[in-house]
Design a protein around this ligand. Structure first.
Ligand SMILES: Cc1cc2nc3c(=O)[nH]c(=O)nc-3n(C[C@H](O)[C@H](O)[C@H](O)COP(=O)(O)OP(=O)(O)OC[C@H]3O[C@@H](n4cnc5c(N)ncnc54)[C@H](O)[C@@H]3O)c2cc1C
Length: 381
């Protein structure tokens, strides 16, 4: 496993790092307290080509690879995990299925505005009774006139409150995986954006319920072949998980940065606490684990860039990197002592934000399932 960053990769990382340091980090605590990120910050990332960097130049994007996307997400997550969700969704969950399954007309209609941030998107797969078990989804699309009427409800939809384009998965056939189709649509009558769901962390990312009541979409809103929606949803998540692994690396890096800075300045027993091995070693452990997590993440991205299978590699990266993020944030809280527990210091936010990386785009158990299926094949089903 080798991971080499090109000069172009280092340049895009430098751009994202500078944007994060100047435009996000100084205001991240304030935005999290207000549970809000200014929309113009998200759009500015679009104008810099950071919001959906993998959209090809022919559709108005920066034409960068999955490795670049990981580098961008890690840098933005290092400043604020919630803000990085907008990139993970816009690029990994909205642009990606459009690029994979969209018609030229669908790509021309949506991708240039997704790349620039003029249009924000969301990915509506999960339902109140269908999370890990995606094939149990019940939202239904019924043929009607020149298109489809969509009825049902979705839950936990990131960016749903501000989205102008929706990737929606709905049942067009019978029970099970083969009865599901994907749609790409703008807002239309019959769509209701529900309440903002209160969360443990990730306060700068909006998460809402969506209700569809006979929302009519034209026939050309079908994304990919009828009945192959779940295949598209899962292929999208194969790539999206690499992005979440990168987000976890950013959170872990922020936790380590904070731990080192605080331990170097905080005095106890006549000098900085950084001189105690009891303080150093947990930070050293997570620093080693973060290097490994980053390598797994960039390895999975490199496989994706090479057009190789990357489902299991992405699952390994997400499984490991998310556990490192949780551990590193725990170490940061412990290193800061009482201040670590205070909502006035960043360790507490990192601790709350890290946990989500073990849950969304497939829980850690589901990542183990993906890895086991890769190891055992049909014997694991
Ligand atoms: C903040 C946030 C943002 C999100 N954003 C989006 C979004 O933008 N779009 C979207 O579609 N979804 C989104 N989700 C949904 C997310 O992907 C799901 O919450 C996640 O996949 C888990 O589904 P669930 O919550 O229904 O849990 P369940 O599927 O009900 O799982 C409950 C528990 O059972 C375990 N479990 C389930 N099945 C198995 C199994 N076979 N083997 C072992 N253990 C199992 C799980 O690991 C978990 O611990 C978001 C969720 C959150 C919290």
């Amino acid at each position: 496993m080798t991971v080499t960053l090109s000069e172009a990769h280092r340049d895009v990382r430098a751009l994202a790092r500078e944007f994060a340091a100047n435009e996000i980090a100084p205001r991240a605590a304030e935005w999290n307290a207000a549970k809000h990120v200014p929309i113009d910050v998200i759009r500015r990332m679009g104008s810099l080509g950071l919001l959906a960097p993998t959209i090809p130049e022919q559709y108005g994007g920066a034409g960068l690879d999955a490795t670049s996307l990981c580098l961008v997400v890690e840098e933005i997550a290092r400043a604020d995990a919630g803000t990085s969700v907008s990139i993970a969704v816009q690029s990994g969950l909205v642009a990606s299925p459009l690029l994979r399954a969209g018609t030229e007309a669908q790509k021309d209609e949506w991708l240039p505005r997704i790349a620039s941030g003029e249009v924000l998107g969301c990915y509506a797969l999960t339902e109140p009774d269908a999370g890990s078990d995606t094939a149990a989804l019940r939202t239904r699309a019924t043929a009607s006139g020149d298109g489809w009427d969509i009825t049902g409800s979705k839950q936990w939809i990131s960016n749903g409150s501000m989205a102008d384009v929706f990737i929606v998965f709905a049942r067009t056939g019978g029970e099970g995986a083969r009865g599901v189709s994907a749609f790409v649509t703008g807002r239309a009558p019959g769509l209701e954006v529900g309440r903002e769901i209160p969360k443990l962390g990730l306060h700068t990312s909006s998460t809402v319920e969506l209700a569809f009541d006979s929302m009519h979409v034209p026939g050309h809103a079908l994304l990919g072949p009828e009945g192959e929606g779940l295949k598209l949803a899962l292929a999208t998540l194969d790539g999206g998980r690499i992005t979440i692994a990168a987000q976890a690396c950013g959170i872990a890096q922020a936790a380590i940065d904070l731990s080192v800075a605080y331990a170097s300045e905080r005095d106890a027993f006549g000098g900085p606490i950084a001189r105690f091995q009891g303080v150093q070693f947990p930070i050293a452990d997570v620093a080693a684990q973060l290097d490994a997590a980053r390598l797994l993440t960039l390895h999975a991205a490199a496989l994706r860039d090479a057009g190789e299978p990357h489902g299991a590699a992405g699952a390994k990266a997400k499984l490991f990197a998310s556990s490192v993020a949780v551990r590193a944030a725990d170490v940061a809280v412990q290193t800061l002592g009482g201040y670590g527990y205070s909502a006035e210091y960043d360790a507490e936010r990192l601790y709350r934000d890290a946990k989500i990386t073990e849950i969304y785009e497939g829980t850690s158990q589901i990542q183990r399932l993906v890895i086991a299926r890769d190891l055992f094949g049909d014997a694991a089903r």
